[in-house]
Design a binder for this molecule. Structure first.
Ligand code: ARG
Length: 253
């Protein structure tokens, strides 16, 4: 009898070992594939993520690299439509999404969010000679946004779907603005500054539309990774690395 119990215990241990050995590997207590931390982003959002030659650089890329370093993982960045990031995280195509992504209750139904690492403000870009002076003047105007961003969601809610033109990239919305196809663009403040600097004849309205928090999104089931990322972020905040990264890309006014 005792012998039988022992062999059952042995089989259980062996089965458990085998389970661990295949598929997802345990690395630093997290469920991660082969020591690689895959980050989904949409790399047309300077200064958070953008191309410098072949490389994706920016605040999010640097933060993700610093987090990966802390966790002893190699960082891999996957560029995709902003609209696909949450699905990529949900299906396991990516371990986390880092894309100047705003924490929202609606998104929380699909993914978990890490602690926030930055603040964003939705602002309004208009041509320099525009008669739009504040958000109150936007009613009835054509507004350009990046598809599925919070700018899109708020503008569609406040001014009606019919008045909102949705583009795959923020830069495409700004291009449409320079061509007179839309009257204004609603987008996050730091990318807005970049786009205005890169295009002549545009300005950002003084009135802020909505203030929001940025965080990494992570698969709801991977709470080990969520805890690990939060731990790494806390250390990076504490030792000043986070602020150093931000200061590298955003010069204080
Ligand atoms: N903060 C906005 C949002 O979460 C826009 C983010 C767009 N990010 C990007 N990498 N294109 O909806």
């Amino acid at each position: 009898m005792k012998k039988k119990l022992l062999s059952i215990a042995l089989i259980a241990v062996m089965a458990a070992t085998m389970l661990c050995a295949c598929g997802k590997k345990e690395s630093a207590g997290m469920t991660i594939n082969d020591g690689v931390l895959t980050m989904a982003t949409n790399a047309y959002f300077p200064p958070y993520e953008y191309y410098q030659g072949e490389d994706i650089v920016g605040i999010d890329a640097d933060i993700a690299k610093a987090v990966a370093d802390k966790l002893g993982l190699e960082l891999k960045i996957e560029d995709m439509e902003f609209d696909s990031i949450i699905t990529a995280v949900q299906t396991g195509k990516a371990d986390m999404g880092l894309a100047g992504m705003t924490v929202s209750d609606e998104r929380k139904e699909s993914v978990n969010f890490s602690d926030t690492y930055a603040t964003g403000v939705q602002v309004v870009i208009v041509p320099e000679d525009s008669d739009i002076a504040s958000v109150d003047d936007l009613a009835g105007k054509k507004i350009g946004v990046q598809l599925s961003t919070t700018g899109d969601i708020y503008a569609s809610d406040d001014y009606g779907e019919d008045n909102v033109e949705k583009y795959n990239k923020g830069a495409d919305a700004v291009m449409a603005l320079t061509q007179g196809k839309v009257d204004a663009v609603i987008i996050d403040n730091e990318p807005a500054k970049n786009f205005v600097a890169a295009n002549e004849g545009l300005k950002i309205l003084d009135t802020e539309y909505v203030t929001e928090d940025y965080a990494a999104c992570i698969n709801k089931e991977n709470t080990e990774l969520l805890d690990a990322v939060n731990g790494a972020l806390a250390e990076l905040k504490e030792d000043g690395t986070l602020q150093k990264i931000i200061d590298q890309y955003i010069t204080a006014e």
